[in-house]
Design a protein around this ligand. Sequence first.
Ligand SMILES: [Fe+2]
Length: 241
Amino acid sequence: MYFADIHCHMLYGVDDGARTKEDMIAMFEKSYADNVRTVCVTPHFHPGYFGDNTEKTDKAYAELQAYVAEHHPDVKLFRGNELYFKKGARVWIEDGHCKTLGGTNYVLVDFREGENAENVTDGVYRLLNAGYKPVLAHLERYDIYKRGMSVAASLKMDGVLLQADSGSFLGDFGFWPKRRAKQLLKAGLLDIVSSDAHGVTHRCTNMTETFDLVEKLAGRNVAEDLFANNAKRILGIDLED
Ligand SMILES: [Fe+2]
């Protein structure tokens, strides 16, 4: 079973993920060893915090592309961003600074963990109304989840895709995100599980371990959709690839 990971911080020197080129290569190799064969790198797009990292991102991505072409041509590599939402963020997408997932109209979007439900809903609706398809990053880690699964259900009903971090299932973010991730899974509300990997010594790629857990909880077909097929559908690639 090969996985598709559409949320990871592998590009070096651009956010709080890989710091050096060596880190980036080590992260890629760990991901490869973890059976990931489709990768969409998603550095944070949060100019207020990480500055304008576009040039550094271009450079790191070109270096990763060259490495993959030489050493692992069986891997499909794509580029996106994890957009930290604020009003006006749409302009960043439209001017090409913030990348959609693999050039599609899907946008991986992130909010402050303590953001209230109204602002999260308003943010994703702004993207929907502009013609984008929001992929909401790790809802299980947000405080709004305290209001229960009704928030998740209503977002999903309106066309938002829900992505959970693999580490949440393993308890990397504590008791509540783990419990919420399992609740979302059992309620059939999740669309995608991604690594959200940031390094090789902490917040690592751990897709195989989590896949095995999710398969036990929800069955093989659901696990295959969450860890590969739905991400491939987003990127427009053949499920058999
Ligand atoms: Fe992330």
